[in-house]
Design a protein around this ligand. Structure first.
Ligand SMILES: NC(=O)c1ccc[n+]([C@@H]2O[C@H](COP(=O)([O-])OP(=O)(O)OC[C@H]3O[C@@H](n4cnc5c(N)ncnc54)[C@H](OP(=O)(O)O)[C@@H]3O)[C@@H](O)[C@H]2O)c1
Length: 345
C-alpha cells in the first residue's frame, strides 16, 4: 500500500439512484461525498479529475436490462464516462505525478484506476500538442474527434462534390463531422434542433442547415439536395434516418454513429421506409469507436494540425462543478447545449 501525501480532502461522485421508468429525471441521480482516497495498491493510479465529458450513450446503460453495447450501471455505483484528470499519485508504470490522463472514470472528482483497467476505456497518458487546450483531449483530440473521424473519413469517405447529410450537426460529434466532410470537398446538408445550432453549423461551413423539427424533414432534405444524397452520417435515427433513406441516391452509404432520438424514454420513432435500403442497394454501416482505439494518436495529431491551420474548430458548452452534472445530463436530451457538453471541475 502506498500512502497519498496530499490531495483534495473530499471526493464527490454521481451515482444512479433509480432506473428511470421513462424519461430521465434529476432525482434519478444522487451526489455521494466521502473522504478522498488515501492509499493505492500496486498497479493503481489516483487522479484528480479536471474535465468530465457527458455523453448521450450513458443513457443506454441507465436501464434495468443489459444491452449488447455495454452492461447497465448498477444502482448505487458511480457512473462511468470519459474524463481528463491529473495524476495525484501513481503505482502504475508509465504514469507519473502531474501527467494528464484520458480515462473512463468520469462523473466524479477523484478516480482510482485499478490495475486491470486497460484498453480503450483504460487510462491513456496524453502527450500534449503545443497550443491545444486541455479540454480538447475530450473533444476534437479525444473520443469525440476519433468518433467523427472514423465515421466520416474512414467509413463514409466522401468524394469531392458528393452531397453528405449530417444529423445532430450542432452537437459535439456532428459539428466535427460537418467540418471533416467539407475538408473532403463534399456539399454538406446538416440538421439541428435550434436556430443557434443551425447558425453554428453554417459558420462551420455547412452549405444548408435544416430545422430537424419541421413537420416533413424528407421534403426539406429533398429541397436542399434535389439530386439526392451520396452519404449520411447518422447521430439520431428516427425521422432523420427516414429522411436520409428517402433521399438517398442508389448505392448511397449510411454510417450509423448513434440513434440519440431513441435513448431517453425509448419513444423515438423508427424509419418506415426500411425496404428502400434494399430497393436502392444502400450500404449501412454501424461502428463503435472503441474498435478503432489504435487510431487515437494519429487522429490527435491530424486534428491538432487542422485546428492550428484554422481549418477545424471545436465547439463546446462548459458547465462548472460536479453538482451541475445531473441537471446538465438531463438537459442533453432536450437539445439545450451547443457542441460537446463538458463539465469543468
Ligand atoms: N459509435 C460510437 O462509438 C459513438 C461514440 C460516441 C458517440 N456516439 C453517438 O454520437 C451521437 C452524437 O453524440 P455527441 O456526443 O456528439 O452528442 P452531443 O454533443 O451531446 O449532441 C447530441 C445532439 O443530439 C441532438 N438530440 C438530442 N435529442 C435528440 C432527438 N430526440 N432527436 C434529434 N436530435 C436530438 C441535440 O441537438 P438538437 O438541438 O438537434 O436536438 C444535441 O446537439 C450520439 O448518438 C452518440 O451516441 C457514438
Amino acid at each position: 500500500m502506498n500512502r497519498i501525501p496530499d490531495g483534495r480532502r473530499e471526493a464527490t461522485e454521481i451515482r444512479l439512484r433509480a432506473y428511470p421508468p421513462d424519461t430521465l429525471r434529476e432525482e434519478d441521480f444522487e451526489l455521494h461525498r466521502a473522504p478522498a482516497p488515501r492509499s493505492l495498491e500496486a498497479g493503481e493510479l489516483l487522479l484528480a479529475n479536471s474535465w468530465l465529458s457527458l455523453d448521450a450513450s450513458a443513457r443506454l446503460r441507465m436501464r434495468e436490462s443489459d444491452s449488447p453495447y455495454m452492461p447497465r450501471i448498477p444502482l448505487g455505483a458511480p457512473i462511468s464516462g470519459f474524463a481528463l484528470g491529473r495524476v495525484l499519485s501513481s503505482r502504475r508504470s508509465g504514469f507519473a505525478e502531474g501527467d494528464l490522463v484520458l480515462h473512463s472514470s468520469g462523473w466524479r472528482t477523484h478516480a482510482v484506476i485499478r490495475a486491470d483497467e486497460t484498453g480503450w476505456r483504460g487510462p491513456h497518458r496524453i502527450v500534449e500538442e503545443p497550443g491545444m487546450s486541455e479540454a480538447a483531449y475530450l473533444t476534437a483530440l479525444g473520443p469525440a474527434g476519433l468518433t467523427a473521424y472514423v465515421g466520416m473519413v474512414k467509413l463514409l469517405d466522401p468524394r469531392p462534390g458528393d452531397v453528405v447529410f449530417v444529423s445532430a450537426a450542432g452537437g459535439g460529434i456532428g459539428s466535427l463531422a460537418v467540418q471533416l466532410a467539407k475538408i473532403a470537398g463534399a456539399r454538406v446538408v446538416a440538421s439541428a434542433g435550434s436556430a443557434e445550432k443551425r447558425d453554428l453549423v453554417l459558420g462551420l461551413g455547412a452549405d444548408v442547415a435544416l430545422d430537424r423539427r419541421v413537420p416533413d424533414l424528407s421534403a426539406a432534405l429533398k429541397a436542399a439536395a434535389p439530386g439526392g444524397i451520396h452519404g449520411y452520417f447518422d447521430c439520431v435515427g428516427g425521422p432523420e434516418l427516414e429522411a436520409a433513406i428517402h433521399n438517398a441516391r442508389p448505392g448511397a452509404r449510411i454510417v450509423m454513429c448513434g440513434t440519440v432520438s431513441n435513448y431517453d424514454a425509448q419513444s423515438g420513432s423508427l424509419p418506415r421506409n426500411l425496404f428502400d435500403i434494399v430497393a436502392k442497394e444502400l450500404s449501412v454501416k454501424g461502428y463503435l469507436t472503441r474498435s478503432y482505439a489504435e487510431l487515437l494518436p494519429t487522429v490527435q495529431a491530424e486534428m491538432a494540425k487542422l485546428i492550428r491551420d484554422g481549418r477545424l474548430r471545436d465547439r463546446v458548452t462548459i458547465l462548472k462543478g460536479i453538482d451541475s452534472v445531473p441537471r446538465a445530463f438531463v438537459s442533453l436530451f432536450r437539445g439545450v447545449h451547443v457542441g460537446k457538453l463538458l463539465i469543468q471541475l
